[in-house]
Design a protein around this ligand. Structure first.
Ligand SMILES: [Zn+2]
Length: 292
């Protein structure tokens, strides 16, 4: 089975990595709910998901292959298609057994269902939280898991810490039938996308949109309008998607972040982000809206 991203999403909420993409297949629980007994494995080696070779929709089930890691490092995260599901970070140094295959979850077409892709993303976010919450930010002491929550509590100063989600904006700017698209050096060659950035102290989302656009491209906009959002667990962002209309300014790129940028007619667009992302959802929606 090799599944392609849908051509169209009825709603932004149905994009991969949002909870609705998981709802029919996965119930999120906390490690304290581990029922014991056999279950399936969500094995992540970096951003690669390990699945059964030749059957991308099947997670390994049963005993953990000893060559992949130590069972004491595994974390129960909930029920995947009715089975207990445990998460484990597999070291990049470990060799993958021949009955498993590694799928890059951020590949152009990973060939996974949206539910499994979203589960892998969730696993990535949980592993990031686990890695960054070993010690208390307040005093540096060890932290213990809170029961029934993903939060943790410091054994010394009792401070409680919860998974941190970082708000970001992403914005599509229209100028007539043209869209403002930019390129970051780390993106695949030829691919263009949208201006995006992290919310800073004291900003509301619209103010982040204005600042990021002006800083990165020198463009000012009107009619900033919220369109929808996407959880982006690489490792912990929440992308708030906006549209806006060009007001004034000549393109002047912030060259330490962007290598190219310009106005593209909707009739002649360059290579765009994959259909798993809110960037592409915003572009597709706008192109559709601008069709006569
Ligand atoms: Zn502390």
């Amino acid at each position: 089975m090799n599944i392609r991203f849908p051509e169209d999403y009825a709603d932004c909420g149905l994009l991969p990595f949002n909870r609705a993409a998981l709802d029919n297949d996965f119930i999120l629980e906390t490690p304290s709910h581990d029922p014991g007994g056999p279950g399936c494995w969500l094995l992540l080696q970096g951003i690669q998901l390990l699945v059964i070779a030749g059957d991308k929709e099947s997670l390994p089930f049963g005993p953990l292959p000893a060559m992949l890691g130590d069972i004491k490092d595994a974390l129960y995260i909930g029920r995947w298609r009715g089975q207990p599901c445990r998460l484990l970070a597999v070291s990049r140094k470990r060799e993958i057994p021949t009955d498993l295959q590694a799928i890059n979850i951020l590949g152009q077409q990973p060939g996974l269902s949206l539910a499994l892709l979203s589960l892998a993303g969730l696993g990535n976010a949980v592993l990031h939280w686990e890695k960054t919450s070993r010690c208390c930010d307040n005093c540096g002491a060890k932290m213990l898991r809170l029961r029934n929550e993903w939060g943790k509590k410091c054994v010394t100063c009792s401070a409680q810490h919860y998974p941190r989600i970082h708000p970001c904006i992403i914005v599509l700017v229209r100028r007539g039938r043209e869209l403002l698209l930019v390129r970051k050096p780390e993106w695949p060659a030829e691919r263009f996308g949208l201006v995006a950035g992290f919310v800073e102290f004291s900003e509301n989302l619209e103010q982040t949109v204005e600042r990021e656009l002006f800083e990165e491209t020198g463009i000012r906009v009107d009619n900033i309008c919220y369109q929808g959002s996407q959880s982006w667990p690489f490792p912990s962002q929440l992308m708030a998607g906006f549209s806006a209309d060009y007001r004034d300014g000549e393109i002047r790129l912030q060259t330490d972040e962007l290598t190219e940028g310009g106005w593209f007619s909707i009739d002649n667009l360059p290579q765009l982000p994959p259909k798993r992302s809110i960037a592409r959802w915003l572009i597709d929606k706008t192109v559709k809206d601008l069709q006569p």
